[in-house]
Design a protein around this ligand. Structure first.
Ligand SMILES: *[C@@H]1O[C@H](CO)[C@@H](O)[C@H](O)[C@H]1NC(C)=O
Ligand SMILES: *[C@@H]1O[C@H](CO)[C@@H](O)[C@H](O)[C@H]1NC(C)=O
Length: 195
């Protein structure tokens, strides 16, 4: 009698724990799966024709301006500053296209950063001449990026149009920029994420 009772209790206990454990386990699996999927959410496949084959190397980076803003490229094509260091909008790719010449590409949006002759900064799907920037290492580990196509250096004039960020988080007109200014100085942060 006692033994039978004990067996029954044990059996009931087992049944209870199994039925309770199952959905619980499923729940945990669901959460970890969702997390993994979020972490591994792939970038869209950009139009391969638009990606130049000429680049010699690529690096996943983020641009942090000395005045505190991260450079961000949004899905709506907008480009401006954000203070959110965890935003995907700040994930950029530096494509080397020659000696000190780079393109700044957003894999999330398939857009390049570009500058017009007027100094206006914009984004474009096409790797035009306006998307090439001259990368220069400045003092204290900062770097500057000047429009290759629209900066002019000759005997008389020396004018660089830098990719600069205004204090309010909007892009600065390239024609109103100077090299040694915290609106122009960028710390290029290499991404540790393997992609
Ligand atoms: C930057 O652009 C995004 C997307 O258009 C917008 O949501 C955000 O408010 C803008 N930020 C600033 C500082 O203008
Ligand atoms: C940076 O530029 C702003 C105007 O764009 C100017 O007021 C400021 O003095 C400059 N800073 C330096 C260090 O040149």
């Amino acid at each position: 009698m006692d033994l039978l009772q004990a067996i029954f209790v044990l059996f009931a206990f087992c049944l209870l724990s199994i039925t309770q454990a199952l959905p619980l386990q499923k729940g945990f699996e669901g959460i970890s799966l969702r997390r993994e999927r979020r972490a591994l959410r792939p970038f869209p496949v950009c139009n391969q024709n638009a990606i130049p084959s000429g680049h010699t190397s690529v690096a996943d980076v983020s641009f942090w301006y000395k005045n505190g803003w991260f450079l961000a490229v949004y899905k709506d094509g907008n480009i401006n500053g954000t203070s959110d260091a965890r935003s995907r909008d700040i994930e950029l790719q530096l494509q080397s296209v020659g000696s000190s010449l780079v393109r700044i590409f957003s894999k999330q949006t398939c857009l390049y950063v570009a500058m017009q002759s007027s100094g206006k900064v914009y984004t474009t799907k096409e790797p035009t001449r306006e998307t090439v920037f001259q990368q220069t290492h400045e003092a204290n580990g900062f770097q500057t990026f000047a429009s290759e196509h629209h900066s002019h250096v000759n005997d008389k004039t020396r004018k660089y149009l830098f990719l600069s960020m205004r204090k309010n988080g909007h892009m600065k007109n390239g024609k109103k920029t100077t090299r040694h200014n915290k609106t122009t100085l960028i710390s290029v942060i290499e991404s540790r994420e393997i992609s």
